[in-house]
Design a protein around this ligand. Structure first.
Ligand code: BGP
Length: 495
């Protein structure tokens, strides 16, 4: 596939980077912040063979109660509580983003920094002032903030008292939070995302919806779709509210796009892939079209799932549709029609391996062309503006004796994916921006590791929280800066 005919990215296309509060800020109990669900995600050291435990981002109600009572097993580590100390170092970090030429910075607001338990009627002024300072710093450098309201965390009190998003009452608490930040930041933030990757509710209902897995044992699927329904309603209400309070703002939805290929050209495999793909497109279907798609009605019925809906929900969903679609894109999936197909689907990484794709060090298939396919499909289905708000490579970096980090693998990954974005634009897809996941090393969402590094900027901190936290530039830093400065033409011409 040739790319040499491509010119610069369109004027106005925004290049940048993406983060989430719980993976960078730290200061878990400073500035009046309450504890969040993510503050209970553990780092569990690798086994002797180097493998890392799955699902340490889940916490059971018992683990949380023990931790709150100061009785967590000795040595339990919660890396998201210290993050990479962005809370105190945001000026230095933003200056580095500006040096790379970022036009867009995706970040999230920690709900518990604004409403420490979620139940207060007045916001925490110190929390609000922190984000004011961050937005001011970004804007002073000419960087536009793109803000996610809910990125894998909520005040732990909402989980303890209401079972998180399983409860309809959570919608009103979220609206209060959204109203507060919309009113406060309307003049500074013009691009918003309601929920990060709602489809994560199927993989980790704790991370995605603040529901303790032990409290929904045996009815996981029912609980995941019920919590998702409440998030749909909350998202729609917040979109409508945002439009009213901030007429010049754009408010989008976001999914982890799981582009699914059929394992063979056998029609039954293709049909299976279509079904699995639909289970992922379900989220933008509801949030962009404003109603549940018909294939989902059948799916839910056949799975014996009944979603409790209020009579007004249909109208709420219709009245609050998203202005744009944003995606995280890391890999593609394979589907095959076979007796154990259900057991194979729904995991973070496809259990069927695509022989044409290489794997990252963490076993994630690398598929740049899949990004173009995803963008084409979303554009064809919805005709809405698109943002790629996460894409990146978690890798183990080696610091040379002179302190340099030669991360050619990251450069190769970035180049290949950006070229596919450029191809999609050439195809006529309205892609407005690209924010690389983790422009600065941060705490991993799924494993709470530091050594799964994504950044162009290295942070001196290990998995156990040791290190000076000093920031240094990797080779990819200058490389990305050059891409941005040349509006992408250097992707083809220069190394
Ligand atoms: C996405 C999440 C991010 C992020 C990324 C990489 O699904 O929205 O929060 O961390 O994946 O995942 P990980 O950190 O587990 O490597």
């Amino acid at each position: 596939m040739t790319t040499t005919h491509l010119g610069a990215f369109p004027a106005g296309f925004l290049f940048g980077g993406a983060t989430a509060a719980n993976q960078i800020e730290g200061a878990a109990e400073e500035g009046g912040k309450g504890l969040s669900t993510s503050d209970f995600a553990r780092f569990v050291p690798p086994a002797a063979d180097g493998s890392i435990a799955d699902f340490t981002f889940d916490a059971t109600s018992e683990q949380v109660e023990e931790a709150l009572a100061g009785r967590a097993p000795e040595g339990t580590m919660y890396p998201k509580r210290h993050g990479i100390d962005f809370y105190h170092r945001y000026r230095e970090d933003i200056a580095l983003f500006a040096e790379m030429g970022f036009g867009l910075f995706r970040m999230s607001i920690s709900w518990a920094r604004i409403f420490p338990t979620g139940f207060e009627t007045e916001p925490n002024e110190e929390g609000l002032a922190f984000y004011d300072a961050v937005f001011d710093e970004l804007l002073a450098h000419g960087i536009q903030p793109l803000v996610t309201l809910s990125h894998y965390e909520m005040p732990i009190e909402i989980s303890r008292r209401l079972d998180g998003w399983l409860s309809r009452e959570t919608i009103a608490l979220f609206e209060r939070f959204a109203r507060t930040v919309f009113e406060r930041y309307a003049s500074k933030v013009k691009l918003w995302i309601t929920f990060n990757e709602m489809n994560m509710n199927l993989t980790s209902i704790y991370t995605g919806a603040g529901v303790f897995p032990d409290r929904v044992q045996g009815r996981e699927l029912q609980a995941a779709y019920q919590a998702t329904h409440h998030q749909f309603v909350a998202a729609a209400r917040v979109v409508a509210l945002g439009h009213e309070l901030m007429p010049d703002a754009q408010i989008g939805c976001m999914i982890c796009r799981l582009e699914t290929y059929a394992a063979t050209s056998k029609p039954a495999d293709v049909l299976r892939a279509t079904h699995e793909d639909n289970l992922n497109l379900f989220y933008p279907d509801v949030q962009v079209r404003g109603e549940y798609p018909t294939y989902m009605t059948r799916y839910l019925r056949e799975k014996g799932i009944e979603i409790a809906m209020a009579p007004e929900d249909a109208e709420i969903l219709r009245a609050g549709t998203a202005d744009f679609i944003s995606i995280s894109y890391y890999m593609t999936y394979l589907a095959e029609d076979r007796p154990d197909a259900d057991a194979l689907s729904g995991s973070l990484v496809s259990k069927l391996k695509n022989p044409y794709l290489e794997l990252s060090a963490w076993g994630w298939p690398v598929d740049p062309v899949g990004l173009r396919i995803a963008l084409l499909k979303l554009w064809g289905r919805y005709g809405k503006p698109l943002y790629v708000v996460e894409n990146g490579l978690g890798a183990r970096d080696r610091v040379e004796e002179n302190g340099r980090i030669h991360d050619d693998y990251r450069i190769d990954y970035l180049r290949a994916h950006l070229l596919q974005v450029r191809e999609a634009i050439e195809d006529g897809v309205d892609v407005r921006g690209y924010t690389w996941w983790g422009p600065i090393d941060l705490v991993s969402c799924s494993t709470s590791q530091m050594t799964k590094r994504y950044g162009f900027i290295h942070v001196d901190q290990d998995d156990y929280g040791n290190g000076t936290l000093a920031r240094t530039k990797k080779d990819s830093f200058d490389w990305y800066a050059h891409v941005i400065a040349s509006r992408g033409t250097s992707l083809i011409d220069v190394d």
